[in-house]
Design a protein around this ligand. Structure first.
Ligand code: NDP
Length: 326
């Protein structure tokens, strides 16, 4: 028997989450059984621990879009007992049972080997949020980061914190947008050189172009903030669109694309091909300073998850939660 966080739905459609004992026979089919060591809490996890946000297919459900642990048994030649592995994406934790469990059974295709230089706890401090932050930085690099500060929106959140630390470590000036002024010292400790108040940048302006200010942007917020940021980008600069913490709409004008050659780059972590996953994890191990990662960590256990799920949906979680499932 082992423990997992189970989300159940009652006849009225109301969901509730609790830690329960399960047996191996209850696990779904898969090629690899993983003894999970750590998981984490991303924005999407908040949805799946709670009412589901349309992401969860069937109940009862084990959420947790990320996991890291040790292979216990494998029917796939790529993995053997004792291998350390990481899993993010592939709709695990949404359409399939996820990482809020001491044992998981998964498809070998979903796994990547734990990157050299990281342990399972650090890998989950990174998690989908940090992995996506790295993909966003790599996309900016591929299109060329211009001179001047790189803007990070939703900076005190998971994606934003990791993006800030990576960009600063790569030698870029980082302007961090936050709605929580009390996180300024934290963001500076991660390497932000400038703190921008959320109110300064999230109001719609009638002007499609403003002063050319940012050499690149990692945007976790979307909505009106992204629309506004597009008009503030330097000539030829790029924005990696990662998230929708501020809304899924984009009330923007095409003028920044037409007159300034601004690029809007879509970033998806879920269906990312294997080779690029391995490339991104290797870059994380190289370019994300581990002391900065440590400063982002808030430790938790399985029983803390219902409250943390609510918290992340309300924008109250700072940095990265690491869930010790044991
Ligand atoms: P977090 O909740 O940790 O971070 C989001 C941050 O956005 C908050 O901390 C807050 O930062 C800011 N924010 C929240 N609400 C608003 C608002 N109404 N207006 C402006 N800013 C706001 O979430 P994650 O970092 O885990 O994820 C961030 C986003 O990225 C989510 O939308 C998530 O779904 C998406 N995502 C997308 C992925 C992909 O593959 N494309 C993968 C991972 C995440 P502050 O307090 O500093 O203002």
């Amino acid at each position: 028997m082992f423990k997992a966080l189970m989300v159940e739905k009652d006849e009225e459609g109301k969901t509730s989450a609790s830690v329960q004992e399960l047996s191996l026979e209850q696990l779904p089919e898969g090629d690899v059984t993983v003894a999970v060591e750590y998981s984490t809490v991303n924005y999407k996890d908040g949805l799946c621990i709670g009412p589901g946000g349309g992401l969860v297919r069937n109940y009862p459900h084990v959420p947790g879009i990320d996991m890291a642990g040790t292979v216990e048994a494998s029917d796939d030649p790529r993995y053997k007992a004792g291998d350390k592995v990481v899993l993010t994406g592939w709709r695990v934790g949404e359409a399939y049972w996820g990482g809020y469990t001491q044992k998981a059974r998964v498809k070998a295709d979903w796994l990547v080997p734990l990157p050299a230089g990281l342990d399972t706890r650090q890998a989950m401090a990174v998690g989908t949020a940090g992995f996506t932050a790295m993909l966003a930085v790599m996309a900016l690099e591929d299109h060329g980061i211009k001179d001047g500060p790189v803007l990070v929106t939703g900076a005190a959140g998971g994606v934003g914190s990791v993006a800030t630390a990576i960009l600063a470590n790569l030698g870029h000036e980082v302007a961090a947008v936050t709605g929580r002024p009390e996180t300024a010292d934290y963001l500076k400790s991660l390497g932000a050189t400038q703190i921008v108040a959320r109110e300064e940048i999230n109001a719609i302006t009638r002007r499609p172009l403003e002063a050319e200010t940012w050499g690149g942007c990692v945007d976790a917020v979307g909505g009106e903030m992204l629309a506004r940021v597009l008009g503030q980008m330097k000539y030829g600069a790029s924005v990696s669109a990662v998230g929708l913490a501020g809304g899924a709409g984009l009330p923007a004008s095409v003028i920044p694309f037409l007159l300034r050659g601004v690029n809007l780059l879509g970033i998806d972590s879920v269906m990312q091909p294997y080779d690029n996953r391995v490339r991104a994890w290797a870059r994380i191990a190289k370019d994300l300073p581990m002391d900065k990662l440590e400063a982002m960590i808030q430790p938790a256990t399985l029983s803390d998850l219902p409250e943390l799920g609510r918290g992340i949906l309300q924008g109250q979680v700072k940095g990265r939660v690491v869930v010790d499932v044991n």
